[in-house]
Design a protein around this ligand. Structure first.
Ligand SMILES: *[C@@H]1O[C@H](CO)[C@@H](O)[C@H](O)[C@H]1NC(C)=O
Ligand SMILES: *[C@@H]1O[C@H](CO)[C@@H](O)[C@H](O)[C@H]1NC(C)=O
Ligand SMILES: *[C@@H]1O[C@H](CO)[C@@H](O)[C@H](O)[C@H]1NC(C)=O
Length: 186
């Protein structure tokens, strides 16, 4: 019953409170591997609303499930989505923000094995998705990052690194993530 109630509230939120995600480059999607690690409820919540906050995704799966890493989405479900970039390449991002919530945001390279940030964020917004503005700045939904030149041998193997878009709505107290799996051409 408890599970049912939780799922219902997630499904309800999906119809009313879509918030945002990355639409390009292709970002990680839920799938069978995520279901195994994080549970069917978690996959159902993301499928019901791919723009919802991490806080609305129930984690009924194993201890290996970390919703705060790539929204729980697994590399095994996304091997066809791995992008190849060159060091120094400018990568254009598109985001959709159906419901903005003011707060900081960034895109960083994440070491997926350790869930740590490699180097500095590639772009940072002190204030992002400010619902008090009549029109959001164009760079909230279309921006670019540059793949660093100093990654060395890091990020050459698929599944090692992702570009993680991370946005926190301060008043909403809601976190949003999308992960783009990538390799740097050796
Ligand atoms: C973004 O959200 C939309 C709407 O729910 C969904 O169709 C799409 O798969 C999501 N994409 C990502 C990368 O999360
Ligand atoms: C990126 O932004 C999120 C949300 O504001 C924040 O929690 C995180 O610490 C930031 N990451 C870096 C590396 O600054
Ligand atoms: C985004 O655009 C706004 C408005 O032009 C500007 O103030 C801000 O510095 C830009 N942010 C980034 C990270 O480029």
């Amino acid at each position: 019953m408890r599970t049912f109630t939780l799922f219902s509230s997630v499904a309800f939120a999906s119809t009313v409170l879509a918030h945002g995600n990355i639409t390009s480059p292709p970002a990680r999607q839920p799938g069978a591997a995520m279901q195994k690690v994080c549970g069917a409820d978690a996959v159902a919540a993301v499928l019901a609303d791919g723009t919802g906050p991490l806080e609305n995704i129930p984690s009924s799966g194993s201890a290996n499930c970390n919703i705060f890493l790539c929204k729980g989405a697994q590399f095994a479900d996304n091997q066809a989505n791995v992008q190849t970039f060159a060091a120094g390449e400018v990568v254009d991002f598109a985001a959709q923000l159906p419901i903005p919530h003011e707060g900081p945001a960034n895109v960083s390279i994440i070491d997926l094995a350790t869930n740590t940030v490699l180097g500095q964020p590639l772009i940072e917004f002190d204030t992002y998705a400010d619902e008090n503005l009549a029109v959001l700045p164009a760079n909230n939904t279309a921006f670019s990052v540059t793949i660093p030149e100093d990654l060395g041998t890091q990020c050459q193997v698929a599944g090692e690194c992702a570009l993680q878009w991370f946005w926190f709505g301060t008043s909403a107290v809601q976190t949003y993530e999308s992960c783009v799996d990538f390799v740097v051409a050796a």
